[in-house]
Design a protein around this ligand. Sequence first.
Ligand SMILES: [Ca+2]
Length: 470
Amino acid sequence: MAAPAPRPNVLFLSVDDLNDWIGCLRGYPGVQTPNLDRLAQRGVLFSNAHCASPLCNPSRTALLTGLRASTSGVYNNEHWWRPVLPDAVTIPQHFKANGYHVAGAGKIFHHVVGYNPPDQWHEFQLQEFDDNWYRRLDYYPWVKKVPSPPGHPFNGLKNFQGEFDWGALKKPEREYGDMKAVNFGQQFLKRKHDKPFFLAIGLFHPHIPMFAPQSYFDLYPAADVRLPPIKADDLNDLPKAAQDMAAFRRDEHERIVRENKWRDAVRAYLASITFADAMIGQLLDALDASAYAKNTTIVFWSDNGWHLGEKQHWHKSTLWERSTHVPMIWAGAGIGQPGVTRTQPVNLLDIYPTLVDVCGLPHRPELEGLSLAPLLKNPKAKRPPTVSTYLEGNHSVRDERWRYTRYRDGSEELYDRRADPNEWENLAGQPRYARLKAKLARWMPTQNAKPAPEKPAYDFDPVKHTWRKK
Ligand SMILES: [Ca+2]
């Protein structure tokens, strides 16, 4: 009998709030992401990938536990997932239980204290921030408080929402917080490992504050920056539930427009994306130069997308393409047919079962995603529609052509993305689409868990990482 094939290492790479503005996804023509494009070339790009939920904590909790928000009740950033799902076995825990050395740095779980229990990892380097002058110590107790650098806020908007700042910091590139996570990864890859490893490096860029070295801003001359396409009466055909989602933090959009900062903010997002791409490039170079270049599987993802004024909205937290569409790239050991883009709808929930298949770990029956292994093997494999959920009872279904959204109150949206890539014309009210809507609705979860208890329901010990229900 042949010896079993050695299990591949995993490089699990993430960024935060990156929508489809990368070169190979063509979300913004002219964006410079040479390293992600190179990764897509040598691996498999999923061009129709969506988050399980369009916000940091529900997206990451779903991805890392394999459970939908509608199953766990973890719908927003105020739910500590651990006391809600005490028996969940996360991706790092499953690797840990199956002979892997499990290490991480940066933002993998949501970045506030209590979301990243230390028992997830053999070794972990906590996230470092570029903006800790206004970070709350009760949220980030490991952060050393430093005074505001002169010139803050850099976007020139006095009394604007705290972390929503952007600009070039006067410090060397190597001193940016995300670079510390990159350095951890580089050092880890230089070490000799006796066991297969799972290495997670989570970058915070291009999440706000959109800070990057000046050289990245210089790549995007202000005069060349284009605003996203907008339709003046875009919101008129939306149900109230959708209008409410679009209106969240509307004042920030209004202020950005009023003070003529829109182009400036788009430029900062572009600079932050290219900085993130450069850091990813450094990690890929470190892997290529290491002893693990040939036996490591790479998966790259972003937790959710990002609006830049589309539907008069900034941030995420909506069920349109801008918030749900994310980059997902697989490459390296065990990944089939490189260079062929997969256009079938897939979900960040699919990452966990795919890693199980690629690395030969024991299957976990509770996982709600679908392994991508058949699609990796055969670029033409059929795939069912996929679902993104935001808050209780609101689901959006995506197949290769359509987006169908149904809110908790029964109101709906339907978009033909082939004809209407900006999702400007809501077709849900037209009787001729009744059968299509019914067909797509069949993929919506039937379980809609009540929202889990939020932080005030617990006494949390940040040293022991224990929770006691009040
Ligand atoms: Ca995010």
